[in-house]
Design a protein around this ligand. Structure first.
Ligand SMILES: Cc1cc2nc3c(=O)[nH]c(=O)nc-3n(C[C@H](O)[C@H](O)[C@H](O)COP(=O)(O)O)c2cc1C
Length: 360
């Protein structure tokens, strides 16, 4: 046992976080024309700047990477300028912010793809899940398998988006390799039936993620690069036959690349933590840098896992939506506000920037 506390500063690579409480990435579907972050986004994130670190909502690396309506991108000058307002507002409040970079792969719809094209995936296997498009939840479209020659373009799009993130003033990037999106589709054999160097073995299925991480690390540095994984989460209709072996290998490789943190969704994202047997201490012990834990944490569980050294940082998702001053509330034992599910996805300020601080 130690006497570490969630509420004291933590050194993450080259940046000092005010505390060990992280705002998890949260898609809110409020981007404006040109998929630029909305005019409310700077306020929304600044209201939550007392988190030790904010991880932004998932943000597209290219037009093809989009899978839901009104999610922001980071590949046009207008998007970079709009994100700059967000990062400036967070920094003005003393906060730190990483952007989560995603490519959704097969979790998309032809109405969102350039020229109505099919979404891309490791294999032409449709996911049994829905996306949010035309203001409703709709089955995802049938994907097509990426050609071998297209894969370097995906790597390059991640690299360029990471460079854009630094131009936009982010403190770093989180590569989204969780929750059934493109990088996880390659990792998990339920979605990947390729017979080339990107399919089959554990090493081959990890290859695209590792190429992306290498390219991003080369572009912006390992101390500004984090990765999110969800080893056993079935969200977005995905499965993996040997998650422990697969993720032990991935963690060893990411450790060698020296990335600043590994963000682990423990269990089913937004659901039970104990859905399948999985030894997270095997991940923890293979990774020398910061272990950032997520999924269903409250103050008590985070404290327990901090004291037993199972994690260094803890991210909170739903609690940050309705409690902009979550850190103050947890620190002082103040009551927490419930979130309104009706205003999660899409809309304007309501359910976004109008959740008050406790003392208002
Ligand atoms: C409204 C909403 C949007 C989400 N968007 C993202 C996202 O963009 N990227 C991501 O990796 N996870 C996303 N998640 C998952 C959360 O980051 C987190 O893993 C999940 O809510 C479990 O943490 P919690 O129990 O603290 O809420 C989202 C969850 C919710 C509720």
């Amino acid at each position: 046992m130690t006497d570490k506390t969630l509420f004291s500063p933590y050194q993450l690579g080259n940046i000092e976080l005010a505390n060990r409480i992280v705002m998890a990435p949260l898609t809110r579907n409020r981007a404006g024309k040109g998929l630029v972050p909305s005019e409310f986004a700077a306020d929304y994130y600044a209201q939550r700047a007392s988190a030790g670190l904010i991880i932004s909502e998932a943000t597209q690396i290219s037009p093809q990477a989009q899978g839901y309506q009104d999610t922001p991108g980071l590949y046009t000058p207008e998007q970079i300028d709009a994100w700059r307002k967000v990062t400036d507002a967070v920094h003005a409040k003393g906060g730190k912010i990483f952007v989560q970079l995603w490519h959704v792969g097969r979790i998309s719809h032809i109405d969102l793809q350039p020229n109505g094209a099919s979404p891309v995936a490791p294999s032409a296997i449709r996911a049994n899940t829905k996306t949010f498009v035309n203001n409703t939840f709709t089955d995802v479209s049938e994907p097509r398998a990426l050609e071998l020659h297209e894969i370097p373009v995906i790597v390059s799009d991640f690299r360029q988006a990471a460079a854009n993130a630094i131009t936009a003033g982010f403190d770093g990037v989180e590569i989204h390799a969780a929750n059934g999106y493109l990088l996880e589709q390659f990792i998990k054999d339920g979605a990947n039936q390729r017979t080339d160097i990107y399919g089959g073995s554990i090493e081959n299925r990890a290859r695209l993620l590792l190429e992306v991480v290498q390219a991003v690390v080369r572009e912006i540095g390992a101390e500004r690069t984090g990765v999110r994984i969800s080893p056993v989460s079935p969200v977005n209709g995905i499965s993996c036959s040997e998650p422990q072996l697969q993720y032990n290998y991935i963690t060893e490789q990411l450790n060698q690349l020296g990335i600043v943190y590994l963000h682990v969704v423990e269990g089913a994202t937004g659901g039970p933590r104990d859905i399948l047997p999985f030894d997270y201490t095997a991940i923890r012990s293979r990774f020398e840098q910061t272990y950032l834990a997520n999924n269903g944490y409250n103050l008590q569980l985070a404290n327990a896992h901090l004291q037993s050294n199972e994690a260094d940082l803890f991210s909170f998702g739903k609690l940050f939506i309705s409690n902009p001053d979550l850190v103050t509330r947890l620190k002082n034992g103040l009551p927490l506000t419930e979130l309104n599910p009706a205003t999660l996805y899409g809309g304007g300020a309501e359910g976004y920037t109008d959740y008050p601080n406790y003392d208002n």
